[in-house]
Design a protein around this ligand. Structure first.
Ligand code: XMP
Length: 196
């Protein structure tokens, strides 16, 4: 069915456990931030998943967060480059423009080169939100980074390998594979040019 999977890096139980812990941690931090507001009833929390990769993670994460929040999705596309190394990120569609004074949580599947989150974070910070937090399920090593971006919440640190599953794709496929996995080497090597 998922014929090019080589090995599972993170299984579904480990993901579920981590998502529960992340949800509880973020919710507790947000709750504390809300209580510090002059009028806590005025505090607003906006969670921004970056599509499409963060879709599956976000669906599970928000159900582990017992806080009042609204969801505003953002789509980011890679702009062309001869290889993955020369690609960049641009917002494909509208970023919310009413984030002033709000607590923003950006959710992405993976922090790799950092280009996606750097673009999104800058555009959010320009709007003077009350706070911006970044949550990623996966983080590749610092050596993969082209932009300096820190994630406030990280599910798993993984090696610098192309991974699929739980929302992450290869050529549009494998997003529905329920675990984080590495593709067979022949397929994996094509990724260097194909991107996701
Ligand atoms: P960066 O941090 O490089 O990440 O801007 C941008 C987006 O690239 C995708 N990405 C991956 N997708 N396996 C994937 O399926 C990977 O190993 C991988 N690394 C980066 C992902 O959508 C991320 O949001």
């Amino acid at each position: 069915m998922f014929r090019d999977i080589d090995r599972v890096l993170i299984d579904r139980e480990a993901i579920a456990e981590k998502v529960r812990a992340l949800g509880a941690e973020i919710a507790a931090d947000i709750q504390r931030a809300i209580e510090r507001h002059r009028d806590p009833d005025d505090a607003q929390v906006v969670l921004i998943p970056i599509l499409t990769g963060a879709l599956v993670f976000t669906a599970d994460l928000i159900r582990q967060m017992p806080v009042m929040l609204s969801l505003r999705v953002v789509a980011v596309s890679s702009y062309p480059g001869k290889s993955m190394a020369s690609k960049g990120a641009k917002i494909a569609g509208e970023l919310p423009t009413d984030l002033r004074g709000k607590h923003v949580i950006v959710v992405d599947d993976i922090l790799d080169t950092g280009q996606t989150l750097a673009v999104v974070k800058k555009l959010i910070q320009e709007q003077a939100p009350a706070s911006v937090r970044i949550c990623v399920l996966l983080r590749k090593p610092e050596s993969a980074r082209k932009e300096h971006v820190e994630a406030d919440y990280v599910g798993f640190d993984i090696p610098d390998e192309f991974v699929v599953g739980y929302g992450l794709d290869y050529d549009g496929f494998y997003r529905n594979y329920p675990q984080i996995a590495v593709l067979r080497p022949m397929v994996g090597s094509a990724v260097t040019e194909a991107g996701s």
